[in-house]
Design a protein around this ligand. Structure first.
Ligand code: HSE
Length: 429
């Protein structure tokens, strides 16, 4: 059978690792898909950089957008990144000229996934993106194929390695957020702009894609409620441990009777939950569905080799002629579900208040909670301070989010509360 010819746009660490896998596993890939995968063209910024792979004999294009239309290739790999600009043009050009697209670009797909899927279906080519969510964990494949006989009710998990690394290290060392973020950047885990990680945006991009493929719905990034981890303090992490929890940045997508709920925020999970033990840069995705019950997928969510492994699995699918609908169902079947507001969430909550250590403060806080019908399960205060503030921690009984938020607004206005209260949802996952 003729080789599958592939053009690679972007030869950064992931692009170079993809080229290395393709070039070094020729025999294995050939045996697995009955044909060779051959890199026929590449495009990158610097032609002369040593990337540790031999690109001799491969066509070089200065312009990736031009390569996407003109390369002698059936597949274009988009490994440039970015939600607009050249990455988008490369995908559009490849599709319009009848080539399959494989991409690791979660930001692009979160913003333009539905439009690109439409273009791909109209052109009868595939749009594959296993590498865009949770790196080396084959979660898109699992949702689209392995769980295809299920009605999926929830997909949730730890989708950002940088945040998980920061939260793990804060817990292990007692250090504060800013200090550990610098370390995560030095180690190369964070995105070019680390706010994309720590503000929860990267996890939200991935969650929007998981929700689409799990529920057969149009991608709706703007429906994701997003909060990051930048307000989590070393105190919160210590109090969480004392209460029997770990703090994780979670992405949660639930199919409910009212529609689809999508949210990314820090959450406390019980120490005996599988998610509590996913540490460092690892990711985990939990799928709940009617036939399988609960399934947990865990592995390396970032890094050149795990991401390249996912890219190559997409190429092998194309080489085997297995090209499936982008979001599990053909376009005509894609739904546009209603967005369920987070105000409806019901569950327990953690509140940390920084208060002046004087009589009557707890009474004022209790009055605000009482007014909103919110009841307290645990109250902790550690330390004393004649002049400064002290942390007071409350674990609230299961209640409705809208009520907690109103109570927090009232508490934030109290003279004795010196910082914005920190509210963390407790998820019994
Ligand atoms: N910055 C991302 C993370 C990389 O930390 O998970 C993979 O998308």
């Amino acid at each position: 059978m003729a080789p599958l010819r592939v053009a690679i746009a972007g030869l950064g660490t992931v692009g170079a690792a993809v080229a290395d896998i393709i070039l070094s596993r020729n025999t294995l890939i050939n045996a697995r898909c009955g044909r060779e995968i051959l890199i026929s063209a590449v495009s990158a910024r610097d032609r002369h950089r040593d990337r540790g792979v031999d690109l001799t004999g491969i066509d070089w294009f200065e312009d990736a957008a031009e390569m996407a239309m003109q390369a002698d290739a059936e597949v274009v790999l988009e490994l440039i990144g970015g939600e607009e600009g050249i990455a988008k043009t490369v995908c559009e050009n490849a599709i319009s000229s009848g080539r399959h697209v494989v991409t690791a670009n979660k930001a692009l797909l979160a913003m333009h996934g539905t439009a690109l899927a439409k273009a791909a279906e109209n052109a009868s080519v595939g749009l594959l993106y296993e590498a865009s969510v949770a790196g080396g964990i084959p979660v898109i494949k699992s949702l689209r194929e392995g769980f295809a006989g299920n009605k999926i009710s929830s997909v949730h998990g730890i989708l950002n390695g940088t945040c998980n690394y920061i939260l793990t290290t804060m817990r292990e060392t007692g250090r504060e957020f800013d200090d550990v973020l610098t370390e995560a950047q030095d180690l190369g885990y964070a995105e070019a702009d680390p706010s994309v990680d720590v503000d929860g945006i990267d996890a939200a991009h991935k969650l929007a894609l998981l929700a689409s493929v799990a529920f057969g719905a149009e991608v709706n990034f703007h429906a994701v409620h997003v909060e990051g981890i930048q307000f989590i303090s070393a105190d919160d992490i210590a109090f969480a441990s004392e209460l029997g929890y770990r703090i994780k940045l979670l992405g949660i997508a639930n199919q409910t009777e009212l529609g689809v709920e999508q949210r990314v925020h820090p959450a406390m999970v019980p120490i005996d939950s599988p998610l509590a033990h996913v540490e460092g840069v690892f990711n985990a995705v939990v799928v709940e569905a009617d036939a399988i019950g609960t399934s947990v997928l865990q592995g390396k969510g970032a890094g050149a080799k795990p991401t390249a492994s996912a890219v190559v699995s997409d190429l092998i699918d194309i080489a085997r002629n297995t090209v499936l609908p982008t979001f599990s169902v053909p376009l005509s079947e894609l739904s546009q579900p209603k967005t369920v507001s987070l105000d409806n969430r019901q569950g327990p909550y953690y509140l940390r208040l920084m208060v002046l250590d004087r009589p009557g403060v707890i009474a004022d806080v209790s009055a605000a909670l009482k007014e909103e019908g919110v009841s307290v399960e645990v109250l902790l205060q550690r330390g004393r301070s004649e002049e400064g503030s002290v942390p007071v921690v409350l674990k609230l009984h299961e209640t409705v989010e809208a009520n907690v938020r109103r109570a927090v607004e009232q508490i934030a206005q109290l003279d004795s509360v010196v910082e914005r209260p920190c509210m963390i949802r407790i998820e019994e996952l």
